[in-house]
Write a protein that binds this ligand. Structure first.
Ligand code: FE
Length: 215
């Protein structure tokens, strides 16, 4: 059984970019729903076990769309909550240097991030990624598609592009939501930790493991 991770801040903490109402529904209904369906599907598939990262890869191999979609959405949402912080911050010197190398400056990254997210058709996610040499890129993925840490790619930040993430607060202004998200909520401390793990071949964030009841 996987548990719904607690939010790392108060439900009011991301106001006004993400209202308490949006955050409550997003975490307490949407994310909780993915966790519930994931656990139900896993109970039907006793051969599928391991960490959430391993389960996502097994779901791709089987393939099992229901398992994949719900497992990947659990991973993406848990990572999304950690990609935000209530207090505005700046990237550390090493990450700022990598941002300058890839995007000219912080404003260049902001422009690329907002453009990638606003230009993405339909539901999905916009990610800031690093390879293990510290080269950064911005990409978007469709629906539940994840960007798990791979051999040479590590996610640093993600923003949710599904309408449930912003529609109550920003209606159809996805670009406006992304710009405010980037300016006020992006957690550069978390991104920095991920970046250092990427370039030093360290262990980047992994989803909390499943628990089981001992009879
Ligand atoms: Fe979402």
């Amino acid at each position: 059984m996987f548990a719904l991770p607690d939010l790392p801040y108060a439900p009011t903490a991301l106001e006004p970019v993400i209202s308490t109402n949006t955050l409550g529904f997003h975490h307490g209904k949407h994310h909780a729903g993915y966790v519930k369906t994931l656990n139900t599907r896993l109970a039907e598939l006793p051969g599928v076990t391991g960490t959430l990262e391993e389960i996502i890869r097994q779901a791709e191999e089987i393939p099992d769309a229901k398992l994949f979609n719900n497992a990947a959405q659990c991973w993406n949402h848990s990572f999304f909550w950690l990609s935000m912080a209530p207090k505005r911050q700046d990237p550390d010197a090493a990450l700022a240097k990598a941002i300058a190398a890839a995007f000219h400056d912080h404003a260049g990254l902001r422009k690329a991030f907002v453009a990638a997210g606003a230009g993405h058709f339909g539901s999905g996610w916009v990610w800031l990624m690093s390879d293990n040499h510290g080269a950064l890129s911005v990409i978007s993925t469709h629906d539940a598609k994840d960007m798990l840490p791979g051999v040479d790619s590590t996610p640093l930040l993600v923003c949710d592009l599904w309408e449930h993430a912003y529609y109550l607060d920003h209606q159809n202004d996805r670009a406006g939501f992304l710009a405010q998200w980037f300016d006020h909520l992006a957690d550069w401390t978390f991104a920095g930790r991920q970046f250092h793990a990427a370039v030093r071949n360290g262990l980047s964030w992994r989803h909390p493991r499943a628990f089981s009841f001992v009879e």
